[in-house]
Design a binder for this molecule. Structure first.
Ligand SMILES: [Zn+2]
Length: 586
């Protein structure tokens, strides 16, 4: 049996309780905000995106947070009801929406990967065969690199650089899609972690050699990462703050370390690294480089490179406004394995809070309080571990590959029974695609086939709704009144030429997973509810319950910089009266 819940009713069910807003005085009554000079454009904009962060974490851990996260959330202008307004809540769309002011239906990054209807296959959102990887040793000799060429809207960075070519933009993350979506095209710079050789890398889209300060940073990370032991930084029991008990069913082991502290990064052996066997040396280095991403050290490294950029590029030092964009990815990797209420994520957030606090202090020192504007948000939330939800009586479930295999077989048979043709369907966890050549050869109407599939899709016990390409592209009206708000979210995640034939809306708390860890990517409140907070003289400190979204960041910041968007956008200026959205020209 399937059912459809109206959006609001469902949100209320899924939403975790948020404590009522209260203004907490900072330690010693100290005010971090600079003097109120709203008429002066900021010398530097700092965009901080935490990969996988739900606002509840900032509220429940508040007694232990006194660094950068706390400064944004409790001393800035913080929007307590911020929600993403599209269905496919993943890293690429989250970062692109925050930097372009647009929905995925306009900026084109509908998912970390998407189905390309022209090529008839899935494409990673940053793949670009016309560019090469760029590391400390220079451009790679072969292979494709990463670039923003699939982004079809203008980023904040692009807007800044178009208005003033003397502005500088630097973007850094452990993930290429995060760094690139925040930067947009060159002459901005984007760097990300090299999971093979370690250190930060880029692509030839951004230049022929890495910036000197990145090259220099890359020479020193190995010593700091090798044999690094991760033990909790907190001494007291975190469970009174809402952290779950440690070592829960459903946690995904970190290799040989299992699911219990301490975790330890591999120890580099200088002899193996220097040995004549180059392949063995490369594998040895990769064993460390590939794991850094899943440790809190990844975020510390990201902030170190951001701090190096601040000095090397003299950001915020002249009248040409600059942008420094930082995406903290480690929380996502740790959260996928252990869940948002784990000891591991708790510790990771406390460490991020400390490191971000030091970074904001550095901005005050180098740029000056009140001369920079900061934004904190997340690219998406996350589902609690299904096993923990089940223990609380919530009907969470994992749907594994065996089950989706059986499901794909059932849809294939339904098509054959109705139209007499056996199509080879592909299921990617979100929905189905048909082989375009097979459809053409069948001589059958593709829209009719999609309708048959969508109807058959509803027979699964974990599927709430299924939308055809025609419904997603706005060519067909939703099947029922209750589907209107849901379809609106799914249309916001649909882009012409990058859409499956049929897209599923699974029930709430359904995880497409093989049995361990957790994820995000759904249209439900636990994945769409995000923190959003601003720091700077133009932003009156305090909590706001006004509707807000990360797509509002660009239109809120541009007026402070005296700039207008380079094209149509979907967000609104949170400091101004609401405006009507610009219709999408499909
Ligand atoms: Zn993730």
């Amino acid at each position: 049996m399937h059912f459809s819940l109206p959006l609001l009713a469902c949100s209320a069910l899924v939403q975790s309780p948020i404590p009522p807003p209260q203004v907490r005085p900072s330690a010693g009554g100290e005010q971090h905000q600079g003097p109120l000079v709203p008429d002066e454009p900021p010398a530097l904009v700092v965009l901080v995106i935490c990969d996988q962060l739900i606002p509840d974490q900032l509220d429940r851990l508040a007694p232990w947070l006194d660094g950068g996260l706390a400064r944004f959330w409790n001393q800035g202008r913080s929007y307590r009801k911020a929600n993403l307004s599209y269905s496919l809540t993943e890293t690429g769309p989250g970062h692109a929406s925050a930097s372009t002011g647009c929905l995925p239906s306009r900026h084109g990054i509908v998912g970390n990967s998407f189905y390309d209807r022209n090529q008839g296959k899935a494409i990673y959102c940053m793949t670009d065969a016309s560019v090469r990887a760029l590391t400390s040793t220079g451009p790679a000799e072969s292979g494709s690199g990463s670039s923003p060429h699939y982004i079809t809207a203008h980023t904040l960075a692009e807007t800044l650089l178009t208005a003033d070519s003397a502005s500088r933009v630097f973007s850094v993350s452990m993930k290429d899609r995060s760094a690139i979506c925040m930067a947009g095209p060159a002459p901005a710079w984007a760097v990300w972690w090299d999971k093979t050789k370690g250190g930060f890398m880029s692509s030839t889209h951004y230049g022929g050699a890495l910036p000197p300060f990145v090259l220099e940073w890359n020479t020193s990370w190995r010593e700091r990462a090798s044999d690094w032991e991760w033990t909790p930084s907190f001494k007291d029991d975190p469970t009174p703050l809402g952290t779950a008990v440690d070592d829960r069913p459903g946690e995904s082991p970190y290799g040989a370390h299992g699911i219990r502290f301490p975790y330890r990064l591999p120890k580099l052996d200088p002899e193996v690294l220097a040995a004549a066997d180059l392949e063995a040396a490369a594998a040895h280095l990769k064993s460390l480089a590939s794991e850094v991403y899943g440790y809190p050290l990844g975020d510390q490294f990201t902030l170190q490179v951001a701090a190096s950029a601040l000095d090397a590029l003299e950001l915020g030092q002249d009248k040409h406004p600059d942008l420094l964009a930082v995406s903290l990815s480690s929380c996502d990797a740790i959260g996928h394995s252990f869940g948002p209420y784990s000891w591991e994520v708790t510790d990771s957030l406390l460490r991020t809070d400390d490191a971000l606090g030091e970074f904001l202090d550095l901005l005050d020192e180098r740029v000056g309080r009140g001369r920079w504007v900061g934004v904190l948000t997340a690219d998406h939330g996350v589902l609690e571990l299904p096993e923990s939800l089940q223990a609380r009586g919530v009907g969470a479930k994992r749907i594994d590959r065996v089950e989706t295999g059986v499901y794909t077989g059932a849809i294939t048979r339904a098509l054959e029974a109705a139209h007499g043709v056996k199509f080879k369907l592909k299921f990617n966890g979100r929905g189905f695609s048909m082989d375009p050549l097979e459809v053409t050869a069948s001589g059958l109407d593709a829209a009719m086939l999609r309708r048959t599939m969508a109807d058959a899709c509803l027979d699964a016990h974990w599927v709430a709704a299924a939308y055809t390409l025609e419904e997603l592209m706005g060519e067909e009206e939703p099947s029922s009144e209750s589907e209107v708000p849901w379809l609106e979210l799914y249309r916001a995640s649909s882009y012409t030429g990058r859409c499956l034939d049929v897209v599923l809306r699974p029930d709430p708390w359904v995880l497409m997973s093989s049995g361990r860890g957790t994820s995000h990517g759904s249209p439900y409140e636990y994945d769409r509810h995000i923190p959003l907070a601003f720091l700077g003289p133009a932003f009156p400190a305090g909590f706001s319950s006004a509707p807000a979204d990360s797509k509002d960041i660009l239109p809120t910041l541009l007026p402070l910089l005296g700039l207008a968007p380079l094209g149509p956008i979907d967000g609104r200026d949170l400091l101004a009266a609401p405006v009507l959205p610009v219709p999408l020209d499909r």
